[in-house]
Write a protein that binds this ligand. Structure first.
Ligand code: DC
Length: 226
């Protein structure tokens, strides 16, 4: 049987990049749960629904299809929004809608359904604590705000996404971290059984090796079973 790996941590700590790399190595599928909050925010913004109106946002979600494809595309109601949801104003809006308890309930249910078959690396803020409490490997990934802002700037520039300068990105990241860590429902906290990895001075390969090493005992059990 395959396992599930949960990766939580603040924005731009490297969760998605590491998850994608590890998925290639393990033949697993990456589920970026942040993309689902981003889609919710984008649609609410487009429909001019106030981001604090829990009832209206939940009503909207009932009629919303979010598909995360195995090759990393994000499809919202049939439309490819992979780049659009990465814009800075959508990031903060995603953090705003993620405060709403019933929005979380809806998306968490979808995420648990998606990961049922196992063989997933899921990243977000509440994966180890709420969504996949039974994940065999749980990682809490961090990095300094400066290192994260620099990465986000380069990522945005490479992908041709409209972006602010380093200072404004660092401020946005700090504000979003504060909001994600201090909200009432499922705030970002390290799960008791998660292993913390600070990626500030590590290469992608070094981080992947660390997680692979943690998963190895389960993977060899998996080989023996098959
Ligand atoms: O991972 P990200 O930066 O794409 O996430 C966007 C926002 O969504 C983030 O600020 C908080 C929220 N989020 C959440 O509350 N729970 C998750 N599992 C994933 C994201």
């Amino acid at each position: 049987m395959k396992i599930n790996i949960a990766i939580d941590g603040p924005s731009a700590a490297g969760k998605s990049t590491i998850a994608q790399n590890l998925c290639k190595r393990l033949g697993y599928v990456h589920l970026d749960t942040g993309a689902m909050y981003r889609c919710t925010a984008l649609k609410a913004l487009e429909k001019k629904i106030p981001l604090s109106d829990e009832e209206k946002v939940c009503e909207m979600l009932k009629d919303t299809e979010i598909v995360l494809t195995p090759d990393g595309r994000v499809i919202l109601d049939g439309r490819d929004v992979t780049s659009e949801i990465r814009q800075d104003h959508v990031s903060m809006a995603a953090s705003d809608v993620s405060k709403l308890q019933n929005v979380r309930k809806d998306l968490v249910k979808r995420q648990q359904e998606m990961a049922k078959a196992r063989g997933f690396i899921m990243d977000g803020r509440d994966i180890g604590t709420v969504v996949l409490t039974d994940a065999e490997v749980k990682i809490y990934m961090t990095a300094s705000a400066h290192a994260r802002a620099l990465r986000r700037l380069l990522q945005n520039q490479e992908a041709g996404i409209e972006t602010g300068d380093l200072e404004s990105i660092e401020k946005e990241i700090e504000a979003r971290d504060y909001q994600d860590m201090h909200r009432e429902f499922s705030p970002l906290v390290k799960a008791e059984d998660a292993v913390e990895i600070d990626t500030s001075d590590l290469t992608i390969e070094e981080v992947c090796d660390k997680i692979y090493h943690l998963a190895e005992p389960y993977l060899s059990m998996q080989e023996k079973e098959s």
